[in-house]
Ligand binder design. Structure first.
Ligand SMILES: NC(=O)c1ccc[n+]([C@@H]2O[C@H](COP(=O)([O-])OP(=O)(O)OC[C@H]3O[C@@H](n4cnc5c(N)ncnc54)[C@H](O)[C@@H]3O)[C@@H](O)[C@H]2O)c1
Length: 300
């Protein structure tokens, strides 16, 4: 009997959620205020991380900028200050747990508890599986997923105490579908999507509904992360466009942001299509890119 009642409740929750989504199509969602919030962004010396920092600076947040590239974060910080925001820089190699823990302690004692944590730093090698060197595979996992564990372990306890905060994960569409020459990268991004989904359900189970989570999954973007990207099915996105969706998503507590949003239909379809059709679609996509790793070594 209890199970039947649970299913009836589930049915009404589903109807309510669909109606709510319909209403939200016409009424713009309320954005939360982040003025004065401490926002920590890893990999904020360039690309998505840099532009995201500038958007939060416009909203008068306090920026804590982490990157392996000192010049990059100094430049981001200067631009944030010109927008009237406070900005602090830390040269941190996110592939090193000890560096993350040490920098996190400094942030907590000198600046304060982080309100919004954005795990964005990422690396990609983009070579055929058997040409991948062991140290490259390790680096991919250290930066693209393990770092998320170390930063979250550092900053979540204060959020838990206040039941307030936000953890944002920059993953990729590669966290939902596999692509040629990206075995380590896709596997790490599947990990990042999994991290986001599990954190979301665990926080809900613990009753910590004041701590929000957001995951960003774009297709290729013109940041230079990979060079000359092209696909026949998807556009190469402009960084500004992706960052606008990302920051909007954080301010409205959106859980999953796929850019472009049409990717969602492809992902749903790909769960049901026969493998032959998926292989053909992969060929049709004709994904092309080249890579040179940005900031492979620390520059301080
Ligand atoms: N550009 C794309 O096509 C694309 C698509 C989907 C997802 N993403 C994801 O977006 C995120 C940001 O990428 P981007 O396009 O802005 O790239 P980017 O190269 O412009 O910026 C990445 C930043 O991370 C920093 N970084 C690299 N290794 C680091 C380390 N060990 N420690 C600290 N910082 C480090 C770099 O110095 C750089 O400033 C990544 O996680 C990437 O996987 C990018």
């Amino acid at each position: 009997m209890k199970v039947i009642l649970d299913f009836i409740a589930l049915f009404f929750i589903a109807i309510y959620s669909y109606l709510e989504a319909l209403v939200k199509l016409f009424i713009p969602e309320k954005r939360k205020s982040v003025s004065g919030d401490i926002v920590l962004i890893t990999g904020s010396g360039h690309g998505i991380g840099q532009l995201t920092a500038l958007e939060f600076a416009k909203l008068q947040s306090t920026l804590v900028l982490w990157d392996i590239n000192k010049d990059g974060i100094e430049e981001t910080a200067e631009q944030c200050r010109q927008l009237g925001a406070k900005a602090f820089t830390y040269v941190v190699d996110c592939s090193k747990r000890s560096e993350i823990y040490a920098a996190a302690e400094k942030v907590k004692t000198t600046i304060g508890d982080v309100d919004i944590l954005i795990n964005n730093a990422g690396v990609v090698f983009g070579v055929e599986f058997l040409q991948l060197q062991d140290h490259q595979i390790e680096k991919t996992f250290e930066v693209n997923i393990l770092a998320h564990f170390w930063t979250t372990k550092s900053f979540l306890p204060a959020m838990m105490k206040k039941n307030c905060g936000h953890i944002a994960t920059v993953a990729s569409v590669c966290g939902h579908v596999g692509l040629t020459y990206l075995v380590d990268y896709c596997a790490s991004k599947f990990g990042a999507v999994g991290f986001h989904e599990c954190m979301t359900v665990e926080l809900a189970s613990l009753g910590k509904d004041g701590i929000k989570t957001t995951c960003l999954c774009p297709v290729f973007i013109n940041t230079g992360f990979v060079q000359n990207p092209s696909t026949r099915l998807w556009p190469v996105l402009k960084t500004e466009q992706v960052v606008k969706s990302f920051v909007d998503g954080i301010l409205t507590n959106k859980k999953m942001i796929l850019v472009p949003s049409s990717v969602k239909s492809y992902l749903i379809l790909s769960k049901f299509l026969p493998q032959r059709v998926i292989s053909k679609l992969n060929k049709m996509q004709d994904v092309q890119f080249s890579t040179t790793l940005r900031s492979a070594t620390k520059m301080d």
